[in-house]
Design a protein around this ligand. Structure first.
Ligand SMILES: [Fe+2]
Ligand SMILES: [Fe+2]
Length: 385
């Protein structure tokens, strides 16, 4: 049976193709870096949710682009610096003085510019010769379109075709790190106090026989409200870990981005649970940042040891215990939440082992010793004694 075959189109040559991907790399890498920097400082809960989700998509996109660059004969670790025009746009994103200003540039300029270039790329490439790029770009474009739909901004694409900008080989663009923050930002309707919600007792956070599982409606309201804030703080800590340590290997940033998204999702789960099962709302009780501050003031290794390697590791026992008690009481939905929190905690604890060991020259034993050493300074609830 005779078939009519479309002739090959030709599309871009390998070098032009690699230059296009190099430009996308720069935009996405800087979006991840800056969204990680601003996440904690963004007060609007819905925007914080979106940023935490999108920065994870963008981090994975960077990994895939690095892989494609390697396939296209470009050093995949760093493809050379962006041209002056793109550097100027990225500098403007770095110069934002508020989260709202950053979001307007990221979602109004960087993402629309990237999406426009990807559309040109898809229209021009040869879908047969360059099928790997076709597949990757389709995925990238769908994600960017979702991001722009979820955080709509006035679209002002900065260049007609970002992909056509030249790359300055052998030059490097350094990432700029924002100043350390005092504490995370919350919507105005959330009351932040020194001591947080005084309804929450130590027994809720102790492992072993003395642990108290919140089972009655009033205590569950307070418990999940406090847990939702703890999830937001966890997302914010992971995001700042990434932002403040741009020299760590790229996989570290992907792991931090994933954990950030997980913690954001956990906050959204508690948000929903409170509104639909517990008859309360985010903002009903005060919150406090003393635990966040006790971790945030530390260096990266100690943050990983005390947050991932201790707090999250110990929370696994409590989630499992809470789940069993609640199943026994027939509270299956609340129990299911703990089942998933427990599952997600496994890779989070592993992030501590993986990157803590990395910081100790790959010595996992040294990491375990550091965990023992720093745990000695904590009380039974895991707070610094
Ligand atoms: Fe969590
Ligand atoms: Fe976690």
């Amino acid at each position: 049976m005779a078939t009519t075959l479309e002739p090959l189109k030709g599309g871009y040559d390998v070098d032009e193709n690699a230059i296009r991907f190099s430009n996308y790399f720069h935009v996405l890498r800087e979006l991840v870096h800056l969204s990680c920097g601003w996440l904690a400082l963004e007060p609007r809960l819905e925007v914080k949710y979106a940023l935490g989700d999108h920065l994870h998509d963008d981090a994975r996109a960077v990994s895939k682009i690095k892989r494609r660059l390697y396939e296209l004969r470009t050093p995949s670790d760093y493809p050379g610096a962006p041209a002056e025009e793109l550097a100027a746009l990225l500098d403007r994103a770095n110069g934002a003085t508020s989260s709202a200003e950053y979001v307007a540039i990221a979602y109004g300029e960087l993402k629309p510019t990237l999406a426009a270039a990807i559309r040109i790329h898809l229209d021009t490439l040869d879908p047969i010769i360059d099928e790997p790029s076709l597949r990757l770009l389709n995925q990238l474009l769908h994600r960017q379109e979702r991001h722009m739909a979820e955080l709509p901004a006035t679209a002002k694409p900065a260049f007609e075709d970002l992909g056509a900008l030249p790359i300055r080989l052998r030059e490097v663009r350094e990432l700029k790190v924002m100043p350390l923050l005092d504490e995370p930002a919350r919507d105005d309707y959330v009351e932040v106090t020194e001591e947080g919600d005084t309804y929450l007792t130590d027994e809720l956070y102790i492992n072993g026989d003395e642990n108290h599982v919140p089972t009655d409606p009033e205590e569950q309201k307070h418990f999940f409200h406090g847990l939702m804030d703890a999830e937001l703080c966890a997302a914010e800590l992971m995001a700042r870990n990434s932002h403040e340590h741009p020299d760590m290997p790229w996989d570290f940033h992907v792991d931090m981005a994933r954990q950030c998204w997980d913690e954001i999702r956990h906050a959204e789960v508690h948000d929903r649970l409170m509104a639909t099962e517990l008859d309360c709302r985010w903002g009903d009780f005060p919150i406090g940042f003393s635990y966040f501050k006790s971790i945030y003031r530390l260096d990266l290794l100690s943050r990983l040891v005390l947050f991932n390697g201790t707090s999250e590791q110990k929370a696994m026992w409590r989630h499992s215990h809470r789940r069993k008690v609640l199943i026994g009481l027939g509270q299956t939905t609340v129990a299911r939440v703990f089942d998933y929190l427990l599952a997600d905690e496994v890779p989070h604890v592993h992030n501590g082992v993986r990157w803590g060991s990395h910081l100790l020259g790959g010595d996992e034993k040294a990491y375990r010793e550091k965990v023992r050493e720093l745990r000695a300074g904590l009380d039974a609830t895991g707070q610094p004694a």
